[in-house]
Design a protein around this ligand. Structure first.
Ligand SMILES: [Zn+2]
Ligand SMILES: [Zn+2]
Length: 330
């Protein structure tokens, strides 16, 4: 029995008449997390983890009809039991399990296995069928412990500061930015963030979910020297971003693990840091789920489904969805 099917609107559970992360407007949507390819505008009713509620309201409008749930708390829709479990991707990110007549399906949404100290850590969930992302589903993607990456980032910032250069890190405004802000060493200089990042920080701050050390960028951009600024990459092409004098610009992304990724963005420095599972993380999560059937979405889905079949003998297939992995903002 297929508890979920993939139709024109998204991943659909016909028995519950509910969608998970639909890409077209629907009646009822279960939302794994607040990134724009998963949480879209126009649904009549939203159900998401409590920590995603303020994020969705801020991104989609404060008047959206949204109900927040806790991790591990089951509720029933037309006899289908729904439970949210931590996905470890960003604040509020969840895997969603649907259970009906002894059949369990899990939609992972985006996830990572590494603990980041900011969001609730990933929890493996047992099921019969798992729908997994595969953004970094190739063996070349292997993450270092985050402590190592933050040592690299702080060292780079310190070196720039000693040379009177401003450090700029290009990053997602929701997720990666909060993670980086938490581990920057404030003894090196002042920490600033672009308005779009500060806006999300403020929402999380007001909800009592996350506190950060970033200041607003209010001073003249030409006067930054020993400081560090976090900003979404597209802002650097704007008038605003072009005012920095001799900055050192870095990108923090899983794509920095490969040469073509580094070349593509043409930046001086790349830090390999992702909120998605790396190759080992994906394999670990899928084996831990004990699922016999795996449906692979956004990323290296065909190659990864093939690998799961040949390596683990799993019934694996890939499907097309409108999710976009780590690429949209870079
Ligand atoms: Zn995401
Ligand atoms: Zn995604």
């Amino acid at each position: 029995m297929d508890l979920l099917i993939n139709n024109a609107n998204g991943l659909y559970c016909p028995i519950a008449d509910v969608y998970i992360d639909p890409w077209r407007p629907v009646e009822k949507a279960l939302i794994t997390h607040g990134h724009s390819d998963h949480a879209r505008t126009g649904h009549t009713k939203y159900i998401a983890h409590n920590h995603s509620v303020p994020i969705l309201k801020s991104r989609l409008g404060k008047n959206i009809n949204i109900h927040g749930v806790k991790f591990g708390e089951s509720f029933s829709i037309n006899g289908v039991s729904c439970t949210f479990y931590p996905a470890g991707h960003i604040i509020g990110s969840a895997q969603i399990k649907l259970s009906y007549k002894g059949e369990d399906w899990v939609v992972t949404g985006d996830y990572k296995i590494q603990k980041d100290g900011v969001c609730t850590p990933f929890e493996p969930v047992k099921c019969h069928t798992i729908i997994t992302e595969s953004t970094f589903g190739l063996p070349v993607f292997q993450w270092k412990p985050q402590a190592t990456v933050f040592e690299q980032i702080n060292h780079w910032w310190k070196t720039n500061a000693e040379n009177n250069r401003t450090s700029i890190i290009c990053t997602y405004s929701l997720g990666k930015a909060q993670r980086i802000l938490k581990y920057l060493d404030p003894s090196i200089g002042s920490i600033y963030a672009h308005d779009s990042i500060n806006k999300i920080n403020q929402v999380l701050n007001e909800a009592g979910i996350y506190h950060n050390q970033a200041k607003k960028v209010v001073k003249d951009l030409r006067t930054f020297q020993k400081d560090i600024i976090l900003t979404p990459p597209n802002t650097l092409k704007s008038k605003w971003g072009k005012q920095f004098v001799n900055p050192s610009i870095a990108m923090a992304s899983g794509w920095m693990a490969i040469q073509s990724g580094r070349k593509r963005f043409g930046l001086e420095t790349g830090f390999v840091l992702s909120d998605h599972a790396d190759w080992n993380g994906l394999n670990k999560a899928i084996i831990a789920s004990e699922a016999e059937r795996v449906i692979v979405t956004h990323g290296y889905k065909k190659a990864y489904a093939q690998w799961l079949q040949t390596e683990y003998g799993l019934n694996a297939q890939s499907i097309d969805t409108a999710f976009v992995g780590e690429s949209p903002e870079i």
